[in-house]
Write a protein that binds this ligand. Structure first.
Ligand code: HEM
Length: 430
């Protein structure tokens, strides 16, 4: 079969493709256009995510297409040691332990360590939007991609002045690995990635030179290693920063945009959030299920694997279709309906499962919770602009909105004139 993730139906309406794939009697389908095996059922995706002995991570961050030789020669200069998402035992348990010790990965720790940072950044961005009252804004460039980036820079102790280049490098990495850049673009993006890696090495070197005494992530990781390479090496600290600067914002940006899309494309949902902020956590959970920011994640088989009638050979790359698994009717009733009141939304696989479960899940939920609550309070009349058309960046893993055009109206809707809305989210794409 052909998945064609970069164009046409899958790009504009992935949920229809997920439904077809889930309905297929075969539990694994080979996508010839990508050279990837597609695994879609909830139970299979969940098992594969957890079974590191069978589904390895060695190629999780390797491009999904044959990179041109010139770009490959640049990529080969990036000597970042694999740390978390791209490692298997014995490296992964060690680097994962380091991350758990230095990065707040539970709800309580995230609130205690990052709550202040998140609130300050949300306040800044919401105030900026409120100042644009009456105007058309793009919530993607003006809010959803900004907030997680600024927060992760604060956590890592990176100056605001570097925001633009880090955004460019991180966007470039997502396009280089999971997109479909032409050869010239591959070379440009690969050069950017090399610069990004050198930047992370410099960041760590500066901390070492100035004495490690800060509370930022890099200082904490260096303190944790305590000059012991068996615990964590200096290049591994730089590599963790390299990963977090991408994983920490490209994903949460997607969650925020999907949540605002779901809320604003059915105005009663936005009004429910305005009326009752306690409904925000349930809304975020259903957004994660319905429209995951990462809707496919890569593994490679370490032996032959038989799923039903199909055998996937050893060494095959597999796309674990998180978006499809989250719509599996054997787990979720009326799976294609966005239902912020469903009680089983938390069974989604959007943060993965098992040993590689997302280390930033608590931070992502914290950011989304504070952001939606503050936006609803400050801009109760927020609306999608009538001319807004939903579209996504071409990518096989990260589902990111191109834009979310909206009108800033700080009045409550009872006082504001009614305008027609774009179609509800579930009638179109995920
Ligand atoms: C809505 C936001 C997010 C989503 C949807 C998301 C999704 C994921 C997924 C699907 C995985 C792979 C899990 C697996 O293989 O089982 C993952 C891993 C990871 N995520 Fe997230 N993520 C989000 C936010 C974050 C944030 C905010 C951070 C850090 C600041 C982060 C850091 C990581 C790291 C370091 C890993 C690798 C963990 C490991 O391999 O042990 N993520 N994430």
């Amino acid at each position: 079969m052909q998945l064609s993730p970069y164009s046409g139906a899958y790009l504009s309406d992935p949920a229809s493709a997920w439904r077809r794939i889930l309905d297929d009697p075969d539990r694994a389908l080979y996508a010839e256009d990508l050279g990837l095996w597609l695994i879609s059922r909830h139970a299979d995706v969940r098992r594969a995510l957890a079974d590191a002995a069978t589904f390895g991570n060695a190629l999780t961050l390797a491009p999904v297409y044959a990179v041109c030789p010139e770009a490959m020669s640049v990529i080969m200069q990036i000597d970042a040691p694999p740390t978390t998402a791209a490692t298997d035992p014995p490296v992964h348990p060690r680097t994962r332990r380091a991350l758990r010790a230095t990065f707040a990965n539970t709800a309580d720790r995230a609130e205690a360590e990052y709550g202040r940072i998140v609130r300050r950044r949300v306040d800044e961005l919401v105030s900026r939007l409120v100042a644009q009252r009456g105007e058309r804004v793009d919530l993607v460039s003006g809010f959803t991609t900004e907030l997680p980036l600024l927060v992760i820079l604060d956590i890592l102790g990176v100056p605001d002045a570097d925001v633009d280049r880090i955004r460019r490098w991180a966007d470039g990495q997502v396009a280089l690995i999971w997109g479909q850049p032409d050869p010239d673009e591959q070379v440009r993006l690969a050069r950017g990635l090399l610069e990004f890696w050198r930047y992370c090495q410099d960041l760590v070197r500066q901390r070492l030179d100035s004495g490690v005494n800060g509370t930022d992530f890099v200082s904490r990781a260096l303190t944790y290693r305590d000059d012991d390479d068996d615990v964590l090496t200096v290049p591994e600290v730089a590599s963790l920063a390299f990963n977090l600067l991408v994983a920490g914002h490209e994903t949460t940006a997607g969650l925020l945009a999907h949540a605002l899309d779901a809320a604003l494309s059915s105005p009663h949902r936005w009004q429910a959030l305005v009326a009752d902020p306690r409904s925000v956590p349930g809304f975020v959970a259903e957004t994660l299920r319905f429209a995951p920011a990462i809707d496919g994640w890569l593994r490679v088989t370490r032996r032959d694997v038989t799923l039903g009638e199909v055998t996937i050979p050893a060494g095959a790359r597999c796309l674990l279709m998180i978006g499809a698994a989250n719509r599996d009717p054997s787990v979720f009733a009326h799976p294609d309906r966005f239902d912020e009141h469903r009680i089983d939304a938390a069974d989604h696989l959007s943060f993965g499962h098992g040993p590689h479960f997302c280390i930033g899940a608590a931070l992502a939920r914290l950011e989304a919770g504070i952001a939606l609550t503050q936006l609803a309070e400050a801009i109760p009349g927020l609306q999608l602009a009538p001319e807004h058309r939903r579209s996504f960046k071409p990518n096989v893993s990260f589902r990111a909105h191109d834009s979310l055009l909206a009108t800033i109206d700080v009045r409550t809707p009872a006082d504001a004139p009614q305008v027609s809305q774009p179609a509800p989210a579930e009638a179109q794409a995920a």
